[in-house]
Ligand binder design. Structure first.
Ligand SMILES: [Zn+2]
Length: 304
């Protein structure tokens, strides 16, 4: 079967019956998609309008490298539809720590100018932004990425994750977790150090077992495009296992575009595909899922 060569934006889906929240998106990359530069504000407003037109009226913008942290700090003050999350992503933490090892994914690290800032200082900057901006309501994404990190990198990631957990608790903010091939180790850190009161597994990638652990501790699970991928029956089983009150949705744009648009750029206006999948998998009505997501998002991040 020939793979489609179509790389442009997927078509706009049918609007949702009630407004929802995209719990995790990287708008700086979405609006930079075609230009490979930082977005200008008209691109950003156009993306937010496009999302609002299909019912995605509010979003959590995630800045998880030093450049994106600064961008997030600025845009969440400028548009009332946005809240922010800030952190040093686990794969960024490794580069700030000066670890350059080839990980299981086989990719060579590719340090940028910002990685000259030592990890301690980078973490301190995240804390400063989170403290000074009341539109920043979460620390994330932070966690462990065993796919991208070798043994030294994993150590760095664990310490950086622990520092973010401590910061979220100190500031009373939600925590957004990145967990790639590291379910047991992520849970271990949360249980040893004590999870923040509102803890979210972003782009939940576990099975029924992790869903049960999350349910037991009241941790939220945010579902992204992969819940629509044909091969991911485990993910759908996990979703059915969770109490509806712990379920959130996100695009993680510009990555992980919903079926049938995989390989094409993702953006918040494509969230309805995931919302519809959640309704289908759980046997709940679309209205019920939308209302639940909106309510739960406010519980996690506060009103906006
Ligand atoms: Zn993300």
């Amino acid at each position: 079967m020939a793979r489609t060569k179509e790389r442009g934006w997927p078509p706009v889906p049918e609007p949702l019956p009630l407004p929802v929240v995209d719990n995790h998106t990287h708008l700086e990359s979405v609006v930079g998609w075609s230009t490979e530069g930082w977005a200008d504000s008209s691109d950003l407003a156009a993306q937010l309008d496009r999302a609002a037109a299909v019912g995605v009226t509010r979003l959590v913008q995630v800045g998880c490298d030093l450049d994106a942290v600064a961008w997030t700090d600025r845009v969440v003050r400028a548009d009332a539809r946005l809240l922010g999350a800030v952190a040093i992503h686990p794969n960024e933490a490794v580069l700030h720590a000066g670890v350059h090892e080839v990980a299981p994914d086989g990719l060579d690290p590719d340090p940028q100018e910002r990685h000259a800032v030592p990890l301690d200082e980078a973490l301190a900057r995240v804390g400063e932004v989170a403290r000074a901006n009341d539109r920043v309501r979460a620390i994330g994404e932070t966690g462990l990425d065993h796919f991208r990190a070798g043994p030294r990198g994993r150590e760095v990631q664990r310490e950086a994750f622990r520092a973010h957990v401590a910061l979220a608790k100190e500031l009373g903010l939600a925590l957004q977790i990145h967990d790639r091939d590291a379910h047991d180790e992520v849970v271990d850190v949360l249980l040893r150090d004590g999870a923040p009161e509102r803890t979210v597994f972003h782009c939940f990638s576990g099975g029924v077992e992790l869903a049960r652990v999350a349910a037991e501790h009241g941790w939220y699970c945010s579902f992204a495009g992969p819940v629509t991928f044909k091969a991911n029956d485990d993910l759908r089983a996990a979703l059915r296992e969770l109490p509806p009150a712990l379920v959130l949705v996100e695009t993680d744009a510009p990555y992980l575009t919903v079926t049938p648009y995989r390989g094409r750029p993702n953006a918040p206006y494509l969230l309805p595909g995931t919302v519809r999948a959640v309704a289908e998998v759980t046997g709940r009505s679309l209205e019920e899922v939308c209302a639940g997501v909106a309510r739960t998002s406010e519980q996690v991040y506060g009103a906006w």
